[in-house]
Design a protein around this ligand. Structure first.
Ligand SMILES: Cc1ncc(COP(=O)(O)O)c(C=O)c1O
Length: 411
């Protein structure tokens, strides 16, 4: 019997290091209290754990003041906090074609109710942002640029420094959902004003964890207001960090687990993690590049790609060439009747091969329009540090069998 192969790390990483579970069990069984609310031992101990996670994240992202990091439930909450907390009536915002719905939907909502205007900077068929086009979109009232650091559809990593330069003084929000923990991030060197990240992906924390870094002196309104355990005599929300954006009892048990996840990343080393994941991606691409009847999307260059590979099973090639169209994306012709639909391929991968992937649009519809895979989407293989070369081989073998349409399909 096949062992399950988990290749859905872009949704959430699995497995987690044992230390993450241990830290959560320790918090639940030995600590349990709410940090920053009471003066008793257990509350103080909980504060040490939560502040410890903040300090570790600050080390990882080279954030000068850990207090500028606030905990959220996920990257979506972090992104919403910035979009609703920074933009004002009459503002203009630039997003990119690679954005996730957690950016697209809030900005489109604000646009729909007449608060802001939105421009979408295009990317090419490999998912590389057109920085010049983005620069040309900047207006006097542009108040925010939201940049996807690495696409959760095709893995493409953007050149943040180039965007920072193009942006001039416009505040930059970096969506690091797919990159935090997976590639080096230095908010100072990159000139990032807001860093939104998920705790449950490449930082190996549990679900229900995420965070947001807000640069010093950058104005932002909170998404929610309430108890912070500080200046309780005051009826107004405190304006100091992290309390300004952190109201109510947090997911402290999750934050304890996230601390252990960040420890794992720091101790293993982002460079070591990155190298392993680049090698995995390279071997997946090598295994699939010449397989007839499939199309691969994204740059297919590991130096500018996180370990995410989108695939479609179709004869998307001109002149009936039986070669994959690796590295090009953007189908030359629509998928033919011979295609195996991504949904069907996903079901076969799961049921016949026990390979767990995600299929469809991956909450990023505009990216699929750029790649030519809208509306059916792709089959997405997304790997993490715990994937092995043996698993890549299993995935390659399965894709080949599906592409040959052996045994699974009624012809
Ligand atoms: C690029 C990107 N942004 C945002 C998100 C949302 O992350 P979360 O599930 O932590 O809210 C995801 C999740 O897949 C993503 O890939």
């Amino acid at each position: 019997m096949n062992r399950q192969v988990y290749m859905d790390n872009a949704a959430t990483s699995f497995p987690k290091p044992q230390s993450v579970t241990d830290a959560m069990v320790h918090f639940m069984t030995e600590v349990g209290a709410d940090p920053g609310r009471s003066r008793h031992d257990k509350s103080m101990e909980a504060s040490v754990i939560v502040d410890g996670t903040r300090n570790k994240l600050a080390r990882l992202f080279n954030i000068p003041d850990p207090k500028r990091i606030v905990f959220t439930l996920n990257a979506t909450e972090s992104l919403n906090t910035v979009i609703y907390g920074v933009l004002n009536p009459g503002d203009h915002v630039i997003i990119t074609q690679l954005e996730h719905n957690s950016v697209i939907r809030p900005v489109r909502h604000l646009e729909h109710i007449g608060i802001i205007t939105v421009s979408v900077a295009p990317c090419d068929k490999m998912g590389i942002l057109d920085v010049r086009a983005l620069k040309d979109m900047i207006q006097e009232n542009t108040a925010l640029i939201a940049l996807n650091h690495a696409s959760n559809v095709c893995g493409t990593i953007q050149d943040v420094i180039a965007v920072r330069e193009a942006a001039g003084k416009v505040p930059l929000l970096l969506d690091a959902a797919q990159t935090a923990g997976a590639i080096p991030i230095d908010v100072q060197a990159m000139g990032v004003d807001f860093l939104a990240f998920a705790g449950h992906k490449a930082l190996y924390g549990p679900q229900g964890t995420g965070g947001l870094y807000v640069g010093e002196g950058v104005p932002i309104r909170p998404l929610k207001r309430g108890g912070t355990g500080s200046v309780s005599e005051q009826e107004r929300q405190p304006d100091f960090f992290p309390d300004a954006l952190e109201s109510g009892t947090r997911n402290n048990v999750g934050i304890a687990g996230l601390g252990a996840g960040v420890d794992f990343v720091l101790e293993t080393g982002v460079e070591t993690i990155r190298m392993h994941e680049r090698n995995l991606l390279e071997s997946l691409v090598e295994g699939l590049i010449d397989v007839p009847g499939i199309t691969l999307y994204g740059p297919l260059k590991t130096q500018i790609q996180v370990p995410i590979l989108s695939v479609t099973f179709d004869q998307a090639l001109p002149d009936n060439l039986h070669q994959s169209f690796g590295g090009c994306g953007n189908r030359a012709i629509p998928a033919t009747f011979e295609s195996v639909h991504p949904q069907q391929a996903g079901t076969i991968l799961s049921q016949e091969f026990e390979i767990l992937v995600r299929v469809g649009l991956h909450c990023a519809p505009l990216a699929h329009q750029a790649l030519g895979t809208f509306p059916d989407g792709t089959v997405r293989f997304s790997m993490g540090y715990f994937n092995t070369f043996e698993e890549v081989e299993i995935a390659v073998g399965a894709v080949k069998k599906i592409a040959e349409k052996k045994d699974f399909l009624d012809d």
